[in-house]
Ligand binder design. Structure first.
Ligand SMILES: Cc1cc2nc3c(=O)[nH]c(=O)nc-3n(C[C@H](O)[C@H](O)[C@H](O)COP(=O)(O)OP(=O)(O)OC[C@H]3O[C@@H](n4cnc5c(N)ncnc54)[C@H](O)[C@@H]3O)c2cc1C
Length: 344
């Protein structure tokens, strides 16, 4: 009997026990077949991209992991003049997100340059409406093609039907239903990126917020900022053995934001505040922890595996931080990564 695949070899936290069965799907047909067969057999399914937003139990996964390894990028330039038209790009779910961003910057496709350096697959980006540095994938996404496990058919959702919000979507809200096969983006073309919507990024670029900067500069600046926070994967840097931000930024009723906390007003009148600020103010500084799971030494929002951690260690630290923030501020932080076979 070959050794079972372990999730720890496929997650950026390097955590998670063995899977009962494993299928690596390199075409849409293989992907749909693997999921359909497991569903018909009543077998639990875990759809796996790059494993960068997953916390998997030490016991592993008692079902079939379907690893999405599909490939293909096809671009369709609109209109006769490529300099003023847009471009529609369909990308297979298994493609690397950051490779797509690099291609976009190189080919002058505007609107994802601030999303440089985010690990994982293209197919996972609509799940939590990936975002960073003032951009979200929902701003350039045109449609998502999925296998609907309930209806047992292929469906296409226009962006407006994806239920996108801050780190959420209809796909996240209804887990286990949709397998993303491909994502289509609609980009403007140009040398300059989208207006810079994040103060720290604007400052780094030396431009006013709301103005544009060359896309190559934006990508370089974002990769620099992310690197300084341990948010670009680096196998030798334990600060990056994480699932990125472990908690989402709380969105509160106006007036509930603690004095001194950063606040970002939302269109519906609510206010988003900073989970990192709340964590720090509750006594959990960078590097907090005494065991093999600790806060990143570069960013309080990332829970990291220093090399010998277990999932239980990471969850214990997450509970300590969540409960500490709640007792200090009465605000309950919510985890951003998907928990598989475990709970907070
Ligand atoms: C260092 C670091 C930095 C990060 N920075 C950011 C950031 O700035 N912004 C941000 O939003 N996120 C960030 N993340 C989180 C993560 O990279 C993103 O959420 C990413 O989109 C996850 O992609 P993945 O392929 O690794 O998904 P996985 O971790 O493999 O899966 C995540 C979830 O999506 C589901 N899924 C994956 N592929 C598919 C598919 N094809 N169809 C259906 N479901 C699918 C899985 O079942 C699971 O529920 C960061 C993570 C790390 C480790």
């Amino acid at each position: 009997m070959p050794e079972p695949e372990r999730l720890s070899d496929h997650t950026t936290l390097r955590l998670g026990g063995p899977a009962r069965a494993w299928v690596r799907a390199t075409t849409d047909d293989e992907l749909v077949d693997a999921v359909r067969r497991a569903d018909e057999a009543g077998e639990p399914v875990l759809v796996l991209g790059g494993g960068s937003n997953l916390v998997v139990a030490d016991d592993g996964f008692p079902g079939t992991v379907v690893e999405v390894a599909t490939s293909g990028v096809s671009a369709d330039v609109e209109g006769d003049d490529p300099t003023c038209g847009g471009v529609v790009v369909e990308v297979a779910a298994g493609e690397s997100w950051d490779d797509l961003v690099a291609t976009a910057v190189e080919r002058r496709w505007v609107g994802v340059e601030a999303l440089s350096g985010i690990p994982g697959s293209v197919g996972a980006t609509p799940i939590q409406n990936v975002g960073a540095y003032g951009q979200e994938v929902s701003q350039t996404l045109a449609r998502v093609r999925v296998w609907d496990r309930r209806l047992r058919g292929i469906r296409t959702f226009a962006a407006a039907d994806c239920g996108f919000g801050y780190r959420t979507s209809r796909f996240k809200a209804d887990p286990s239903r949709h397998v993303v096969l491909a994502v289509t983006f609609q980009f403007r073309q140009g040398e300059l990126g989208a207006p810079v919507a994040y103060t720290e990024l604007a400052r780094t670029l030396g431009v006013e917020p709301g103005t544009r900067a060359p896309m190559t500069d934006v990508r370089r600046a974002v990769l620099g900022l992310r690197g300084s926070k341990g948010m670009v994967l680096d196998p030798v840097d334990h600060d990056t053995w994480s699932a990125g931000s472990f908690f989402t930024n709380p969105v509160l009723a106006a007036g509930r934001v603690p004095a001194g906390a950063p606040s970002w007003p939302q269109p519906d009148g609510s206010v988003k505040t900073s989970a990192a600020w709340l964590i720090e103010q509750s006594g959990f500084g960078k590097g907090y922890g005494s065991g093999a799971a600790r806060l990143s030494t570069k960013h309080t929002l990332a829970l990291t595996n220093r090399g010998a951690a277990t999932t239980d260690d990471v969850l214990a630290l997450a509970r300590e931080v969540r409960d500490g923030v709640e007792s200090r501020f009465g605000i309950r932080l919510v985890n951003e990564p998907v928990l598989v076979g475990c709970d907070l």
